[in-house]
Design a protein around this ligand. Structure first.
Ligand code: 5GP
Ligand code: MN
Length: 319
C-alpha cells in the first residue's frame, strides 16, 4: 500500500485526532494545520489542533485560526499528525511529554534527520507541507470548503515566497489552482499577508536596513535587528518576517542572513541562499535546520560573535 493510502485508511478508521506543527510557526505550519483539521472535522472526526506558540498576527485572518491552541488534549487520540517538521523537539517540550499520541503520521517536506516513529509522508520535492495534505485529502476524495482551501493556499503561497522561489513547481501551481477552484480567494489572502503591515514594521525595517553590510566580497549580505531597535520602533519579533528577503534580493549576493537579538543571549538567525550554498547544512551545524535555500538556527552570544561563527561555517562551505 502507498503511504497516502495507509494514511487515508488511518483517517477513515480513527475518531480522535491531534494535529501539531513546529513552534514559531510559519504560513505553511499554520495553514496546513488548519486546513487538515477543518477537513477532518467535516468528516465527523473529533480534532484537536495544537501549537506551542500562539498564531502570529499575520495569519489570524485565516478562518478558524483560533482553533490552534497551546493546550494538548486531556485524552488519548487515535492519530497524531506532525506537520512541516518531523521531530518532537521542533514541536516542543510539552508535546514530547504528551503520552496520548496514538499512531503518529509525519507529513513534511524538509530533509529529515531522525523523524519520529510512525507513518512518514516526507517529500522534499513538495513546495509546502500543504501540498502533501492535499494529496492525502485527494486520496480520501473529500471536498474542500473555501475555508480549508484558503488555509492550504496560504501555506503554498508563503512557502514559495508568493510563487517566486525555485520550489514553485508545476505541481505547486496545479494544487494552488485546485485550491482557488475550491474557493480560496487569492486577492484577499495577498491583501492580508503582504498589504496590511503595521507602520511599526517599517520603522523597524528602516533601522535594520541601516545595518546592511556585505561580507566575502559581496557574496554574503547581513542585516541585524537589535533589542533596542525593537524598543525604539515599538515593534515585535513577528514583524521581522520577510526582512531576510531584502539582502537576498541584492545583485551578486549568494547568501543572505538576518540576525536578531532575542531574550537572554539568544541570537535568532534566518538564512537564505540562491542555490550555490546549502544553508540547511550551515544551520544544522548550530542545531537548526531547514531547506537548502531557506533555513534557520539559534546561536548564543552577541550579534558580532554569532555572525563570526556563521561566517566561519560559510567560508568552509563557499571556499
Ligand atoms: P525561516 O527562516 O523562514 O524561519 O525558516 C526557513 C526554513 O527553515 C523553514 O522551512 C523552517 O521550518 C526551517 N527552520 C527555521 N529555523 C529552524 C530551526 O531552528 N530548526 C529547524 N530544524 N528548522 C528550522
Ligand atoms: Mn513548510
Amino acid at each position: 500500500m502507498r503511504t497516502e493510502e495507509m494514511i487515508a485508511s488511518a483517517i477513515k478508521h480513527g475518531e480522535k485526532f491531534l494535529v501539531v506543527s513546529h513552534m514559531n510557526p510559519d504560513g505553511d505550519a499554520i495553514g496546513s494545520s488548519i486546513g487538515l483539521s477543518l477537513v477532518l472535522e467535516s468528516m465527523g472526526k473529533r480534532v484537536f489542533t495544537y501549537n506551542e506558540s500562539a498564531v502570529p498576527a499575520l495569519y489570524r485572518f485565516i478562518p478558524h485560526s483560533q482553533r490552534i491552541t497551546q493546550e494538548l488534549p486531556r485524552e488519548e487520540v487515535d492519530v497524531t499528525f506532525v506537520l512541516d517538521c518531523s521531530t518532537e523537539e521542533r514541536v516542543g517540550e510539552k508535546f514530547k511529554e504528551f503520552a496520548g499520541k496514538g499512531l503518529v503520521v509525519v507529513a513534511d517536506h524538509h530533509p529529515p534527520s531522525a523523524p519520529m516513529e510512525g507513518l512518514h509522508l516526507i517529500r522534499t520535492d513538495a513546495s509546502a507541507t500543504a501540498e502533501l495534505i492535499y494529496d492525502i485529502l485527494a486520496e480520501l476524495d473529500v471536498p474542500l470548503s473555501p475555508e480549508s482551501a484558503t488555509a492550504l493556499y496560504v501555506a503554498i503561497m508563503t512557502d514559495t515566497g508568493s510563487f517566486k522561489f525555485s520550489n514553485t513547481t508545476s505541481r505547486a501551481l496545479e494544487v494552488a489552482a485546485q485550491l482557488l477552484s475550491f474557493g480560496a480567494n487569492h486577492r484577499l489572502i495577498v491583501e492580508h499577508i503582504y498589504e496590511s503591515f503595521p507602520p511599526e514594521r517599517f520603522r523597524l525595517m528602516a533601522m535594520a536596513l541601516g545595518t546592511l553590510h556585505f561580507l566575502k566580497e559581496g557574496k554574503v549580505a547581513s542585516v541585524w535587528v537589535t533589542r533596542s531597535m525593537f524598543q525604539e520602533a515599538r515593534a515585535n519579533d513577528e514583524m521581522t518576517e520577510g526582512f531576510v528577503d531584502i539582502p537576498r534580493s541584492i545583485r551578486g549576493v549568494e547568501v543572505a542572513m538576518l540576525l536578531r537579538e532575542k531574550d537572554g543571549c539568544d541570537i535568532r538567525v534566518n538564512l537564505r541562499s540562491r542555490g550555490k550554498v546549502d544553508v540547511a547544512d550551515i544551520a544544522s551545524r548550530f542545531g537548526g535546520g531547514g531547506h537548502p535555500n531557506a533555513a534557520g538556527c539559534t546561536l548564543k552570544g552577541s550579534l558580532i560573535e554569532a555572525e563570526e561563527c556563521l561566517l566561519k561555517a560559510l567560508e568552509e562551505a563557499m571556499g
